[in-house]
Design a protein. Structure first.
Length: 245
């Protein structure tokens, strides 16, 4: 088996582990999202570095829930400066500015994506969510976080603040394949597995709503006249409420 096949096999094994170990947490997260949508509470999505891609995966996506609010902070992504982003992810007080800017309130749901669970900004956001009475869902690798001490002033990692933890199962380093002659592993798994997890949550949330006789608001994907009409209707309805639409 060459290393490309080994990587695919490893991803398949992780998917099997998610099926065996994480369905209860996915169920709990889906229930919270379903209730929030029924009750008019807001759903926020936040990640830094590569983890912000999971917030993007849930936003304005064919087959994705309409009423979610991603928190996109360019300085915490990678496309302006990766090294600057890495420094800002540990900047104390930055999360307070973001939190206030998005006017998050008691009863809202905040999903935080962080594979390591050790990003200072993510931990600060989690701490604020606890203090303000939000429901916090963490998609993270708590196994990795438990292996070492927290770098945060609170002494805690992300998972310790979460109401619901969904384990983004994978190797401690994320990179998963060792190759002779290469001094570090290659091929991370957190993005592909994280995307699978968030779409499982979206799917179950939509199913829960439908089972209650509620037609879930879901983007159609824009291709074709009918799909464009569906999406344009939602954009018009929520353009003043959901940033980035």
């Amino acid at each position: 088996m060459n290393k490309a096949a080994a990587y695919v096999e490893n991803v398949r094994n992780i998917i099997d582990e998610v099926l065996l170990t994480q369905l209860d947490s996915i169920e709990s997260a889906s229930r919270e999202l379903s209730l929030a949508l029924q009750q008019g509470r807001r759903i926020f999505l936040f990640g830094t570095g590569h983890s912000h891609m999971l917030a993007e995966e849930m936003f304005f996506r064919a087959g994705g829930l309409v009423k979610v609010q991603p928190i996109f902070e360019e300085s915490l992504m990678l496309h302006t400066s990766a090294s600057k982003s890495a420094e800002l992810q540990q900047l104390s007080g930055y999360a307070n500015i973001i939190f206030d800017h998005y006017s998050m309130k008691k009863g809202d749901v905040l999903i935080v994506f962080s594979y390591s669970g050790q990003s200072g900004v993510c931990i600060d956001m989690a701490k604020l969510a606890n203090e303000k009475g939000l429901i916090l869902i963490a998609i993270t690798n708590a196994k990795k976080a438990r292996l070492g001490a927290s770098y945060h002033s609170s002494g805690k990692n992300l998972y310790e603040y979460a109401d619901i933890i969904i384990e983004n199962v994978g190797s401690v380093s994320d990179a998963s394949i060792k190759i002779d002659g290469v001094n570090v592993p290659v091929a991370p798994t957190s993005t592909v597995i994280g995307s699978m997890i968030v779409n499982a949550v979206v799917t179950r949330t939509a199913e829960m709503l439908a089972q209650k006789g509620i037609v879930p608001e879901v983007f159609a994907g824009g291709d074709g006249e009918i799909n464009s009409e569906i999406d344009n209707k939602y954009i018009s309805k929520y353009i003043d409420e959901i940033k980035f639409l």
